[in-house]
Ligand binder design. Structure first.
Ligand SMILES: NC(=O)C1=CN([C@@H]2O[C@H](COP(=O)(O)OP(=O)(O)OC[C@H]3O[C@@H](n4cnc5c(N)ncnc54)[C@H](OP(=O)(O)O)[C@@H]3O)[C@@H](O)[C@H]2O)C=CC1
Ligand SMILES: O=CC(=O)O
Length: 342
């Protein structure tokens, strides 16, 4: 992909329209001819990718397809296989593969892990990425974590002389597959500019938000709203059913009005059929609400709607729905209706 080159103002990201996608692109510090030889996306160097779950696998896959030199690692090794088939590498074979090995063999390493605990472990634990970091290298954590965890990871990474950027994403499995994620970045601004061509392969837009913690906070605010919206939608679907309305018509009416959201049109029809194919696991939505509640608590901000939604996701987890899509939260409401009738 040829990168449209322009000057980035400090702390500002300007969306450009290219084709049908809002896309921000910038040149790396190298000339386009040398960077094209190194991968064709305007980034020069080797890229590591740690965590190949629902999101990490398609993100890494898009980088490979764009011609980047990618080295992958995942706790469950079999998840590396599809990426290896596409042309990814493992860290040097003579050593047991580990985040540290990936980081030491790459210029920039991305991490897409489940939660604060795993993001910390993979970055800072034994054989963690920090052990392979050094001056000149970069670590980009795209997992959804809280600001305190992100700061701890950033501190450990930068103690090696390397640079750190947090860059959680908004957008689910399909946007990850289509390279249409929204990056919410904060931290080292020169690393942000350096990896911008890679973010543009994986995403449709990117925001640079300043100090580490701001990207995490932005992501938690967005997902707090999303988690509450889903619960409200589920309540509406169940109520409509109870009063004899056709739930599919409700989805259609909502899709034409001011409260239309792609999420409702996308998930509504399968929710009506009680099908919850996993795009965003329910356990991660509950984790994000839990972290948003802690964020709100830290500034004494009441968020009663999100708190109530969180309770419902906890019930859904207790019903064995943790690995289903978060739209399965409607089943927790159904269970409440049933228990109130007995
Ligand atoms: N799915 C979505 O729609 C979106 C998710 N996110 C966020 O992105 C992150 C990843 O989400 P997603 O890909 O859906 O999640 P998955 O559950 O599919 O993948 C989680 C990844 O974390 C790894 N992992 C979990 N625990 C550990 C551990 N203790 N040590 C090492 N690796 C570990 C898993 O490895 P293994 O394969 O071995 O289990 C896997 O690679 C989460 O923070 C989520 O909130 C953000 C936007 C959208
Ligand atoms: O974190 C989930 C998303 O859809 O964004």
């Amino acid at each position: 992909m040829a990168a449209a080159s322009f000057l980035l103002s400090p702390r500002v990201t300007l969306p450009l329209r290219r084709g049908s996608r809002l896309l921000v692109s910038c040149s790396a510090t190298s000339s386009s001819s040398s960077s094209d030889a190194a991968g064709g996306v305007g980034f020069q160097g080797r890229v590591g990718f740690l965590g190949l779950g629902i999101m990490g696998a398609p993100m890494a896959s898009n980088l490979i397809k764009a011609g980047c030199d990618i080295t992958v690692w995942n706790r469950t090794k079999s998840k590396c296989d599809p990426l290896l088939s596409l042309g990814a590498k493992m860290a040097p074979y003579r050593f047991e593969s580990s985040p540290a090995r990936v980081a030491s063999s790459c210029d920039v390493t991305f991490a897409m892990l489940a939660d604060p605990e795993s993001a910390f472990e993979v970055a800072c634990g034994a054989n963690g990425a920090a052990e392979g970091m050094a001056a000149g290298k970069g670590y980009v954590d795209v997992s959804t974590v809280d600001d305190a965890t992100s700061k701890l990871i950033g501190k450990r990474i930068t103690s090696t002389g390397a640079s750190f950027l947090e860059a959680p994403v908004s957008g689910s499995k399909k946007p990850a597959e289509d390279g249409l994620l929204i990056f919410l970045t904060a931290g080292d601004e020169s690393l942000y500019k350096r990896v911008a061509p890679l973010l543009d392969v994986m995403g449709k837009s990117r925001f640079y938000l300043g100090d580490v913690g701001n990207g995490a906070a932005m992501k938690l605010v967005v997902n707090m709203v999303m988690g509450s919206m889903m619960v409200s939608f589920a309540e509406g679907l169940l109520l409509s059913e109870k009063v004899g309305l056709d739930s599919n018509t409700v989805v259609e009416v909502i899709s034409q009005g001011a409260i239309n959201a792609p999420m409702f049109s996308l998930k509504g029809p399968s929710m009506v059929k009680a099908a919850y194919p996993t795009a965003f696991p329910l356990k991660h939505q509950q984790k994000d609400l839990r972290l948003a509640l802690a964020l709100a608590e830290s500034v004494s901000q009441p968020i009663p709607t999100a708190a109530a939604a969180n309770e419902l996701y906890k019930v859904a987890k207790s019903l064995g729905l943790a690995d289903h899509d978060f739209s399965a939260v409607i089943e927790a409401l159904k269970a409440k209706v049933q228990s109130s009738q007995h």
